[in-house]
Design a protein around this ligand. Structure first.
Ligand code: MN
Length: 242
């Protein structure tokens, strides 16, 4: 199974969680919310060969943490995975929205030297702004929109721009989420949990997510697993010259 967006470092017992993920042979993108959290989060995964650690600066934290952008730049050579980054247009974060845009643009700019980067992107109440930024920076990297909650129009634009999507239980439990998933190209979908924000039982959540996807696509769970594995392999090839 695949969890393409979770916060291992925010779980109560990350070490135990990694052991479980290792024994279930789960592929994981372990995202971080500040550059300062990257080194120790990456260390957690050093013996887990299916776990990749992403370098991030969460939009909800940009107001306090934007100064860590220089550390972001220093750490960039250590990974090809970038996240959690993006924009949050929620009222609670309106004070930092201008700064969020500045930081998001800087991150995309800094990453332009790396055509193979893969982004895990937050776009809550800000899908159009996120897509505007991606459109201006499309010649490098592959964006994966995590837990997409924009409008149908925004989704169609995202698909046209070549975005990928990571989907989890909250999307599969909402009517709009289900409609979105039906529109997304099957070849550009990965599963996610966003743990611990949606619960901490990663493996069982991924199982339920695969079974729900099987219903939506009207196929077997085996077909879903196979499709997701193929998608992950395709994603890994993006932006590389092989
Ligand atoms: Mn998250």
């Amino acid at each position: 199974m695949i969890d393409f967006h979770c916060h291992l470092d925010l779980l109560k017992d990350p070490v135990a969680a990694i052991e479980k993920l290792k024994s279930s042979r789960t592929y994981v993108l372990s995202v971080t919310t500040t550059p300062r959290a990257f080194p120790k989060t990456a260390k957690l995964a050093k013996d887990a060969d299916r776990v990749r650690t992403a370098l991030g600066l969460h939009p909800q934290l940009v107001g306090e943490r934007w100064r860590e952008l220089s550390l972001f730049e220093t750490l960039l050579p250590e990974t090809r995975y970038i996240g959690e980054i993006g924009l949050d247009g929620g009222k609670e974060f309106s004070d930092s929205f201008e700064k969020q845009k500045e930081v998001f643009q800087s991150i995309l700019q800094i990453c332009s030297r790396r055509p193979d980067v893969i982004f895990s992107i937050h776009s809550r109440y800000a899908a159009t702004s996120v897509l505007d930024h991606l459109e201006k920076n499309l010649n490098h990297g592959t964006p994966v929109l995590h837990w997409f909650t924009g409008t149908t129009k925004e989704l169609e634009r995202a698909i046209e721009l070549g975005c990928w999507f990571s989907v989890g239980e909250p999307m599969l439990q909402s009517k709009k989420g289900l409609e979105h998933i039906r529109r997304m190209p099957k070849g550009r979908i990965l599963t996610e949990t966003d743990a611990p924000f949606t619960g901490s039982e990663i493996v069982s959540s991924l199982g339920r997510t695969e079974r729900s996807l099987a219903k939506v696509w009207d196929v077997s769970q085996e077909f879903v697993s196979e499709q997701l594995r193929k998608n992950l392999a395709d994603l890994a090839k993006t932006g590389t010259s092989v």
